[in-house]
Design a protein around this ligand. Structure first.
Ligand code: ADP
Ligand code: MG
Length: 362
């Protein structure tokens, strides 16, 4: 349908007065890939997206689309289209006119713009609703209209700001699959902002985890999940426990850190300040055992048990760690159940640990 654009941010910043919303981020998004900007509220995701779209002036750095610096181009000249969280549909126009709106702005004559809009509505399986107004549609259908309206400009990249947040959980998962299918069939670059780890994992070729205006890690979902780069990513993705201490030993395989509650091993190299050494341990690879292995486990007390169906989540306090999370498959848990208040020994394998770093430290 159209060429996909590579997107590059080169040390891009956004300041609002003395507030730094986006702090010198550098990033490459491959042409035709699906990227998710992921992070908690206020971390700078929407600001980054709006700077790519041209709805927000950048304070410093370069936005490069299809190898062209576009810092000074208005949104309509960038080859990008944006889909907003609220969809921003025109309530008094029918679907055809909603979808055809940007063509009208470009001066495309009526018959042509209406036939193009009909074609796009058909592609979105909305042709039967063409003469309805937005309020006569379900949330999922409204979302497809918003998509049709963005896509009719034949952008090289589609920018989506929390496109699924207005939908109920069931529809959210269905529309998520539709978005991914659409992106694959168009071969277009998609940049999708979300605060949901699950959504980013499900959709992205590349996840860009942001915190406090900075990029913590940009990598494939697998990489982010298995090898979080920083304590923030490990905690935010939720599938690792983070232990912090002081580096006391380092060899070819990994490190040993000393924490207030004991020594622990981690696989990988430590960079930076030896007094700030962090390791992460997969929550789903920890086992209850009879005796703790040296530097690969500890003894504690169960503080909470949550049966989540397919898995059971157990919280343990010990070794000066407030909450250490263990996620067991239900069969494994019920083969050896534990209850709140019970004393337990925990153990894990060295390969289920990873040494963490800090953003901007290489
Ligand atoms: P996110 O989309 O990740 O929730 P935003 O990009 O909207 O975060 O905001 C990042 C930071 O910039 C926040 O601290 C927010 O308060 C601030 N911010 C966003 N827009 C403006 C604005 N127009 N004026 C001043 N501060 C803003
Ligand atoms: Mg936002």
């Amino acid at each position: 349908m159209t060429n996909a654009a590579e997107i590059e941010l080169a040390s891009v910043s956004k300041h609002y007065g003395s507030n730094v919303a986006v702090d010198q981020i550098s990033l490459k998004i491959k042409a035709g890939s699906y990227a998710c900007l992921l992070g908690p509220s206020g971390c700078g995701k929407s600001t980054t997206l709006r700077m790519i779209a041209g709805h927000e002036a950048i304070s410093d750095g370069d936005v490069v689309l299809a190898r062209k610096v576009v810092n000074d181009l208005p949104p309509a000249k960038r080859g990008t289209a944006m889909m907003f969280q609220s969809y921003a549909l025109f309530p008094h126009l029918d679907l055809v006119d909603n979808v055809a709106f940007s063509l009208k702005m470009k001066g495309v004559e009526k018959a042509k713009r209406r036939s193009e809009a009909m074609e796009m509505l058909t592609r979105m399986e909305l042709e039967a609703f063409a003469d309805r107004r937005p309020d006569q549609l379900s949330g999922g259908q409204q979302q497809r209209v918003a998509l049709a309206r963005a896509l009719i400009t034949q952008p090289q990249a589609l920018l989506l700001d929390e496109p699924l947040s207005a939908l109920d959980p069931f529809l959210k998962i269905r529309m998520r699959a539709e978005l991914k299918r659409l992106q694959a069939s168009l071969g277009m670059t998609f940049v999708h902002v979300t605060h949901s780890q699950e959504e980013a994992m499900a959709l992205a070729d590349q996840i860009v985890v942001m915190s406090d205006g900075k990029i913590e890690q940009a990598a494939s979902p697998r990489q982010i999940f298995q090898k979080p780069a920083t304590p923030f990513v490990a905690r935010f993705m939720g599938n690792h426990n983070v232990l912090s201490g002081r580096l006391v030993q380092e060899d070819a395989i990994g490190v040993t850190i000393e924490t207030p509650g004991g020594r622990f091993k981690g696989v990988g190299r430590h960079h930076g300040d030896p007094d700030c050494a962090d390791i992460a341990i997969r929550t789903d690879h920890v086992r209850f055992v009879d005796a703790v292995a040296d530097s690969l486990g500890f003894s504690g007390v169960v503080t909470n048990v949550e049966d989540l169906g397919a898995t059971v989540k157990v919280s343990v306090q010990g070794a000066d760690i407030d909450t250490f999370t263990i996620v067991l498959r239900d069969a494994d848990f019920f083969a050896r159940p534990v209850k709140t208040g019970e004393a337990v020994h925990l153990s894990w394998a060295e390969e289920d640990t990873v040494v963490l770093g800090h953003p901007n430290a290489s």
